[in-house]
Design a protein around this ligand. Structure first.
Ligand SMILES: Cc1cc2nc3c(=O)[nH]c(=O)nc-3n(C[C@H](O)[C@H](O)[C@H](O)COP(=O)(O)OP(=O)(O)OC[C@H]3O[C@@H](n4cnc5c(N)ncnc54)[C@H](O)[C@@H]3O)c2cc1C
Length: 350
């Protein structure tokens, strides 16, 4: 394995931000990680793990050694009466892996089609869309501990999945703390796809598709195709208009806080949660503050969905990470001033 120097990262992040990695190693299997740890030059060097770069904001050149995860492989590891267990290398493109599973007759992840990024990046924020979260179809994962040089396996409980959250987003701050951010490299993920397969179609957009097509018993392939069509119509293609998907998490509030906001803004989009809290649509809050279509430098708020911040400068004059974060902070301030709610960014700021 060769460690490359001064590597442009613009092709490796979905915002299309210009930045360079001082050093970058392409990790194609676990042996590459073992070799790096054995090399005195890299053994103790700080590192940054890069998947598909679809959930990051680069605010400058990356000084830590970039580990670009390119571990491949897709296979059925178990076919029991209760589930298919499919294993995927962390460097597989997420959408391609989902498509392969649906086409191969292992359905269950079709609602998560067309989410950019890699298989290894998916557990980090427990990706979710259209009524399914990664944790609903998760079996276990293998990871490599950069501190100890050991490999280990985690089940769902050990991953501590939450809403756009997992143990991989937290830094270990004490002996009883299990944060693995900056420490664990996910190398393989196994999915548990329950039998019999059941369609998840409780979302308005999917209900509309059923009405439109008069198909009320869709197959996994139908749902896969519908999700792709819905997402293409709603979200900008990051290859054309750089972005990192939803820029803020949907905040949760107490019923009292929600009632207070409804009294002032009766149209607020909100969803009751199983635990009694209320989830608010962050996009609606941003839109209500008048941000849709606005820009700061080359960072803009997407005209059709206020939750998506976009690169208005293309590849020629691309947005900077600084512009994205200035816009994000201005949005946070106005939402806080109007609603008293602090929006939390979803992407990782590097
Ligand atoms: C147009 C668009 C739409 C999107 N839609 C959705 C959506 O519907 N739902 C949703 O949840 N997300 C969505 N996202 C966000 C993003 O696609 C996901 O979070 C994705 O899983 C990120 O994967 P990645 O490989 O690109 O990770 P990266 O952006 O490369 O990295 C993100 C974080 O994960 C860490 N990481 C990456 N790979 C590994 C690994 N192998 N081991 C350990 N740590 C790792 C990185 O260090 C970093 O901290 C969208 C993004 C875009 C651009």
């Amino acid at each position: 394995m060769i460690v490359e120097s001064n590597v442009p990262l613009q092709p490796y992040n979905s915002f299309g931000i210009v930045a360079r990695a001082q050093h970058l190693a392409r990790i194609t299997d676990e042996a590459d990680l073992v070799a790096l740890r054995a090399d005195p030059q890299w053994r103790d060097a700080p590192r940054f793990v890069l998947g598909g770069g679809s959930n990051i904001v680069l605010t400058g050149d990356v000084k830590p050694l970039v580990l670009k995860i390119e571990i491949k492989g897709l296979r059925l590891v178990e076919d029991s009466p209760r589930a298919w267990i499919v294993e995927a290398g962390a460097g597989e493109i997420w959408h391609d892996a989902v498509e392969w599973m649906v086409r191969s007759g292992y359905p269950g992840l079709e609602n998560l089609a067309l989410i950019p990024g890699t298989v290894g990046g998916a557990p980090v924020q427990n990706i979710g869309a259209y009524g399914v979260e990664l944790q609903d179809r998760f079996d276990s994962l293998d990871a490599f501990d950069l501190e100890t040089g050991r490999s280990f396996t985690l089940d769902a409980a050990q991953c501590a999945f939450g809403y756009r959250d997992s143990v991989f987003k937290h830094v270990r701050s004490g002996p009883n703390d299990f944060g693995l951010s900056g420490r664990a490299v996910i190398t393989r993920v196994r999915f548990r796809l329950p039998k019999p397969w059941k369609a998840v179609v409780g979302y308005l957009d999917l209900e509309r598709k059923m009405e439109e097509t008069a198909n009320f018993t869709p197959s996994a392939q139908d749902i896969f195709d519908w999700i792709c069509a819905i997402r293409r119509a709603k979200l900008p293609d990051w290859r054309v208009l750089g972005n990192a998907g939803s820029f803020f998490k949907n905040p949760t509030v107490t019923p009292e806080q929600c009632a207070d906001i409804i009294a002032r803004d009766p149209k607020i989009v909100h969803y009751p949660m199983d635990d009694g809290s209320i989830k608010l649509a962050a996009g609606w809050l941003i839109d209500a503050c008048g941000w849709k279509g606005k820009s700061v430098g080359n960072a803009g708020v997407y005209e059709r969905q206020a939750l998506v911040l976009v690169n208005r400068g293309g590849t020629e004059n691309p947005v900077t990470g600084g512009e994205v974060m200035t816009l994000a902070k201005a949005i946070q301030t106005s939402v806080y001033e109007r609603f008293g709610i602090r929006l939390e960014p979803e992407p990782v700021v590097v």
